[in-house]
Design a protein around this ligand. Structure first.
Ligand SMILES: [Zn+2]
Length: 414
């Protein structure tokens, strides 16, 4: 791609600017191989006019990523859909059959009992192409895991994935297929230990539940918790059971948490977790609803605060699958995930969004980093945050060493 020659407010050609001078400024020459897994079809589906989940946020993200020419810094893949066999690695067959066969027409004829069994309702409606949509984003997360396993990638990004609420038998919280669980199952064929880190506003309940009894997957979720806020789980007392005891860490936060306390808490906990658990790979769910100003949000994070958590994970130089998740103010979702793509590719972006590429009108003069913070009162006192930190670190004291793995437990490849 060439630098556009039209002079704009953001991009002025001067004597030093050569035709191929990029708009970004690489921090260093990084040897980290980053791959980007995106099937553009995923953005074409609609949950319904009033539904807060807008798949077009993924198209907006992709446009912003290419506007900043970040595509040039990654290997690009357009993944195939996940097959039914792949989905069955976690989900039950009757649920997948249901997803595959139900349509907005046929759902009207189903009994209340069936609708309740498959948790169909306002949060998880039956919409046109729901199964295709789900198998596209799940296919992208599986593709990311395959490229990591093959050594073709150190960091594999799928912003269309991260749908952490879906359960084995039913959808939940706008999530139909749990691409994260499928991705982790695939990674467990090769890697002894997988660390899952979730910085969505909501508890990563579907992933926690799937691996609640194993010591090979450690789940760490930071989220709003008051016992009622969706999905209702995620108290600090949920720590795993059986062999999985102390391999689930929950960091329950109150309304309005800000960059300073969130990032400090995140670093303290992960600094404790990573050396103890010694993950072979990290799967990061980067839900954007933890940003300030999100339509469903309760936190006060900025793009930079959110991104510095991801950057901290990256600093351990452990292979990583990076996924999206929630996020209900589309332009801020795309700002965040574009910014985090830059973080992962060691790129510094100009805060002024380049005025070309067709997405500029979405973002206007607010640029890449609008003021998102301070809109919700911070109910997390210093004392409360200290107790949360102590509680989280307490579990780590029980982990004397990284658990070993019996290699014969690895399931056969698909
Ligand atoms: Zn969420």
């Amino acid at each position: 791609m060439e630098v556009p020659t039209d002079e704009t407010e953001t991009f002025a050609v001067d004597k030093q600017t050569k035709k191929h001078t990029p708009l970004y400024h690489p921090n260093k020459s990084s040897k980290t191989k980053v791959s980007y897994h995106y099937n553009p079809e995923v953005a074409n589906y609609h949950y319904g006019t009033l539904h807060p989940m807008k798949p077009f946020r993924l198209m907006l993200t992709d446009h912003l990523v290419s506007t900043y020419k970040l595509h040039e810094k990654m290997d690009l893949y357009t993944p195939r859909r996940a097959t039914k066999d792949e989905l069955l690695q976690f989900h039950s067959e009757d649920y997948i059959d249901f997803l595959q066969s139900v349509t907005p027409e046929t759902v009207k004829r189903l009994s209340d009992q069936t609708l309740a069994k498959f948790n169909i309702g306002d949060d998880c409606p039956v919409f046109d192409g729901m199964f295709d949509y789900s198998s596209i984003y799940a296919g992208a997360s599986l593709d990311a895991s395959r490229k990591i396993i093959a050594g073709m990638s150190d960091i594999a990004i799928n912003w269309s994935g991260g749908l952490h609420h879906a359960k084995k038998f039913e959808p939940s919280g706008f999530c139909y297929i749990n691409d994260i669980v499928l991705c982790i199952i695939n990674l467990l064929r090769i890697y002894p230990r997988v660390l899952y880190v979730d910085i969505d506003l909501h508890h990563g309940d579907g992933v926690q539940e799937a691996f609640y009894t194993t010591d090979r997957v450690m789940t760490v979720s930071f989220h709003k918790y008051d016992g009622e806020f969706f999905p209702g789980t995620g108290s600090g007392d949920e720590v795993g059971i059986g062999k999985g005891k102390n391999f689930s860490i929950n960091v329950p936060l109150r309304d309005g948490v800000d960059d300073e306390s969130y990032v400090a808490l995140f670093k303290s906990i992960m600094q404790g977790v990573i050396p103890k658990f010694q993950p072979s790979i990290i799967v990061a769910q980067c839900g954007a609803d933890s940003l300030g100003g999100d339509r469903l949000g309760r936190f006060n994070l900025s793009l930079k605060g959110h991104g510095s958590c991801l950057n901290f994970l990256k600093s351990f130089e452990i292979p990583m699958v990076v996924l999206g998740g929630g996020g209900y103010t589309p332009k801020n979702v795309s700002r965040l995930w574009c910014y985090e793509t830059a973080v992962l590719t060691d790129t510094t972006l100009n805060g002024k969004i380049p005025n070309y590429g067709g997405t500029y009108q979405w973002f206007g003069d607010e640029g890449l980093h609008p003021e998102l913070t301070g809109k919700i009162e911070n109910k997390n006192t210093k004392r409360y945050l200290e107790s949360v930190l102590q509680n989280s670190l307490e579990h780590l004291r029980y982990l004397d060493y990284a658990p070993s793995v019996q290699m014969y437990e690895i399931p056969p490849d698909l």
